[in-house]
Design a protein around this ligand. Structure first.
Ligand code: PFF
Ligand code: NA
Length: 450
């Protein structure tokens, strides 16, 4: 990023679109629904919502705020802010773990992006028309069992990501994001409408929103917090990098609220669309990562206009995945560009190839390497668990602690533009509630895992 003149976003809207482009992706639809299903439903959802509000919002604001003050890439921003505030340089570590997390996440994210590409094609050629849960479930299992299919689509997805990042056209994507978001919301609403016709909508709503607190344990709580970080693109320095381009006039808190409401709404709509189909077809909510790829094609294969709606849906999902994936590759590319003076194209190719290779290991865990277990997890689950449940919360904790305790108060108050009461509320949440929340969830979760 040092090579770019540090220009600013042309407007608040452009910034919101870029942040939303990173936030809204597979995390909202694919990961949210399978996590809800795997973790027993409503208790998970409610903890997730609490994490988004009490931990996600302050950390999002903290990352933007530090980016705007530091005006550099996450690693140098942290180094600079630490120096200015007389804190150890080790705070740079937050930037480094963030870039590492982004790198690891992209490897398996791309595999799922490939599934989405594959299903885009599948809807067009009518693979799902008239299918029942057995035939559509078999299509999914066959895809998983075939490493070459997975490899082809994973490669196609990564090629797209690298091509976009190499050409540095990421800025041009904002106008596309602008039309994508409303389209995605409308399609989700149509799918929720379809869910209402299945006769199992009430059951789905109860599953998602009527908690059985007995289902709650440390593991569920940690999974919910991990999902909050993942879906908001937090704990990776990405939002910090975006904040460095942010004009002084933009209000951080209200902008964060906008992005969070959009992201959360899309996730909740996805759940409300998917679980009626799960119950109507006697599927298991705990199906795992295949959940949306087994439920939604059933809906598209059996509803009026399903081919065109399915095509639009998987195209939009792929596109949302691409805009998130681009934001995941950027930090690695920028680090390489700066530290090695490689040209952008080579930096993008090298980081893309490294991510791709790790992604191959992730996709093999669905078939030939399914027995390769580390801590009882296959490679795919290991990458997902290690990032969402460990790296992101710990990096996010670092950012909020630094922003709330180490930055000088005056500048924080200026940045936030809050009333006196607002500043007090911010201090309580950012200094106490959010950090303690992360620590408590993390510790109970880790104990639960043991
Ligand atoms: N937030 C994205 C999603 O929900 O799909 C995934 C993601 C993008 C995570 C960028 C992290 C990130 F830095
Ligand atoms: Na998201």
């Amino acid at each position: 990023m040092a090579k770019l003149a540090h220009a600013q976003w042309s407007s608040r809207m452009t910034f919101v679109l870029a942040a939303a482009g990173s936030a809204v992706g597979l995390g909202n639809i694919w990961r949210f629904s399978y996590m809800v299903g795997e973790n027993g439903g409503a208790a998970f959802v409610l903890v997730y919502l609490a994490c988004v509000a009490l931990v996600g919002l302050p950390i999002l604001v903290a990352e933007w705020l530090m980016g705007r003050r530091g005006q550099k890439n996450p690693v140098d921003t942290m180094a600079e802010l630490a120096r200015k505030n007389g804190k150890p340089r080790a705070w740079m570590g937050i930037g480094i773990t963030g870039v590492l997390a982004a790198f690891l996440i992209l490897s398996f994210y791309s595999v799922i992006g490939g599934w989405s590409l594959n299903y885009t094609l599948g809807t067009v050629i009518g693979t799902f028309s008239g299918g029942d849960s057995d035939s559509i479930g078999a299509l999914f299992s066959n895809m998983l069992a075939n490493p070459m299919t997975l490899l082809g689509w994973h490669t196609a997805f990564m090629v797209l990501v690298v091509a976009i990042v190499a050409r540095g056209v990421t800025k041009g994507l904002e106008s596309a994001v602008r039309s994508m978001m409303p389209a995605l919301v409308i399609l989700m609403l149509i799918l929720v409408g379809y869910g209402m016709t299945t006769g199992h909508f009430g059951e789905a709503m109860a599953f998602m929103f009527r908690p059985e607190w007995s289902a709650l344990d440390g593991g569920v709580v940690l999974a919910a917090m991990g999902q909050a970080f993942f879906t908001l693109s937090l704990g990776m320095g990405i939002m910090m990098a975006y904040g460095s381009y942010l004009g002084q006039d933009v209000n951080l808190i209200s902008t964060a609220r906008t992005v969070i409401i959009l992201d959360t709404a899309i996730a909740l709509l996805a759940g409300m669309a998917i679980f009626p189909i799960v119950f109507a077809n006697g599927l298991s909510p705990g199906e795992g990562p295949g959940l949306i790829f087994v439920t939604l094609p059933l809906a598209f294969g059996n509803m009026a206009g399903g081919t065109i709606l399915g095509l639009m849906f998987f195209l939009l999902l792929t596109f949302a995945a691409l805009t998130s994936a681009i934001s995941l590759l950027e930090p690695t590319v920028e680090m390489l560009e700066e530290r090695t003076s490689l040209p952008r194209v080579s930096a993008a190719l090298i980081s893309g190839a490294a991510v791709w290779l790790l992604g191959v290991a992730a996709l093999l865990s669905f078939n030939v390497w399914s027995d390769v277990l580390v801590f009882g997890l296959n490679i795919f689950d290991l990458l997902d668990t290690f990032t969402a449940k460990f790296l992101l919360p710990l990096t996010g904790l670092g950012s909020i602690v630094f922003a709330a305790w180490c930055l000088d108060r005056k500048s924080v108050e200026q940045e936030l533009g809050l009333s006196a009461a607002g500043v007090t509320a911010w201090n309580v949440i950012a200094r106490v509630v959010a950090p303690i929340g992360v620590v408590v969830v993390f510790i109970t979760g880790v104990i639960g895992l043991m």
